[in-house]
Design a protein around this ligand. Structure first.
Ligand code: PMP
Length: 409
């Protein structure tokens, strides 16, 4: 495939939503960690599906059903190839990261976690990678072990090693923190857990759009993600799992599609991945996800990553000039986002005022309340970037923050 030149004007044309005014000001969209905007090709793919192809899959003998089934399974192949899975069957489609993690807490939990057992997460997890484990462990009277981090937002690997020595049954950690931007050394952390034969789940919600993911090279046991954070529609995402695990794991939800034979006495289950995909899936969104993957692949990934790093560095430099700015998350390796507070100003007030200036950022605890507790703050202002953002937008954002801070002081 010929690669698109990284031409920011051409890229922005693909995202008409960016070209609008809010409160009479040009929109600056820096809430990409919450969800990215969708390019025209993705919107058109989903629209086309409903215009010409819509049908329930895997069950019809008629033309449309067969076409839709083939398209859905091709989408699985594309995603598998994107993360370098060994085979398409190692990709299970879900609603997104949250559902994938709930699936794992339930199913892998049932397979591996007995009364009193332990699971390891890190101090910087999103609630989605913490609450499902906590709830599962409450039922099994087990213990959640939490890898410590330092004030820069860097995980303490010595502490991690200590926790591994307690023989937890599962490790589940974020690749990139959605509050701090820290890029965790997951390859090293996976290898450390494997020395103790402990499977590792990686929460890739914040990484798929920004980094090249190779699940075989990482050797992770599971990698979970959300389509809507990587230019795809909402309501679709997935999990990669090593076939050895997926085959052993019990189903998560029960119903149509996931069964093989059913009688009132006994049910046998379909094979992987269908065993984990009960009911009618979001076919249109899966096709949108496939198109989003192809969209990302149509660029030189290194070039995109370098550009996004440049935006992050520039935003950090510019914000640092504003009096009282304190960055929350100063790990040497960060990606995609910047979290900060300004002394004496509530992040919510700052976010509300700059919104009126056309700048969309996220304020609050970002679904990671324990992180806020650790830093002793109510929340942060988070600006998160995508490939379509520009330095000019950063200039507008920084000026807005400066003006708002002066108004609030
Ligand atoms: N994990 C991380 C690191 C996230 O950033 C998010 C979304 N903010 C989630 C999990 C949950 O993703 P979703 O809401 O798409 O299921």
């Amino acid at each position: 495939m010929a690669l698109n030149r990284f031409n920011i004007n051409e890229i922005r044309k693909q995202f008409p939503v960016l070209d609008q005014h809010v409160y009479g000001k040009p929109l600056v969209y820096f809430d990409n960690a919450a969800t990215t905007q969708k390019p025209l090709c993705v919107i058109e793919r989903e629209r086309d599906y409903y215009l010409h192809e819509n049908c329930n899959i895997h069950r019809g003998v008629h033309y449309l059903s067969q076409m839709a089934t083939e398209a859905y399974e091709n989408a699985r192949k594309t995603v598998a190839q994107f993360v370098n899975a060994k085979q398409p069957q190692e990709i299970v489609f879900t609603r997104g990261t949250t559902e994938s993690l709930n699936l794992l807490a339930t199913s892998l939990g049932q397979l591996l976690v007995n009364q009193g057992d332990k699971v390891v997460v890190s101090a910087m997890e999103h609630h989605s990678n913490m609450v499902p484990w906590q709830q599962m462990l409450m039922r099994s009277k087990g213990e959640l072990l939490v890898i410590r981090m330092d004030k820069k937002g860097v995980l303490d690997l010595n502490h991690y090693e200590e926790l591994l020595k307690q023989r937890p049954k599962i490790v589940s950690i974020a690749h990139i923190s959605n509050t701090l931007g820290t890029v965790n050394p997951i390859k090293e952390m996976i290898a450390m857990a494997h020395k103790y034969d402990i499977p590792v789940i990686i929460d890739g919600a914040q990484s798929m759009a920004h980094q090249v993911i190779d699940v075989q090279d990482l050797d992770c046991d599971f990698y979970v993600f959300s389509g809507h954070k990587m230019y795809a529609p909402m309501g679709i995402g997935g999990l990669y799992g090593k076939m050895e695990w997926l085959e052993k794991m019990p189903p998560y939800q029960f119903g149509g599609e996931m069964v093989d034979t059913v009688s009132f006495e006994k049910t046998t289950f379909n094979k992987v991945p269908f065993k984990f995909e009960a009911g009618t899936p979001n076919v249109g969104a899966a096709l949108g996800l496939e198109t989003a993957v192809k969209f990302i692949q149509s660029f030189d990934r290194q070039e995109v990553e370098a550009y996004e790093d440049e935006l992050l560095e520039y935003a950090t430099e510019q914000l640092a000039n504003i009096e009282g700015t304190r960055f929350i998350g100063q790990a040497p390796k960060r990606n995609g986002l910047i979290s900060f507070v300004i002394d004496g100003i509530h992040p919510y007030d700052l976010g509300t005022i700059i919104d009126k200036m056309g700048v969309a950022v996220r304020t609050g605890h970002h679904c990671a309340e324990p992180v806020m507790t650790f830093f002793g703050i109510p929340g942060t202002v988070r600006a998160s970037f995508a490939m379509y953002n520009t330095k000019e937008e950063i200039n507008i954002f920084v000026k807005a923050v400066e003006r708002a801070a002066n108004m609030l002081k």
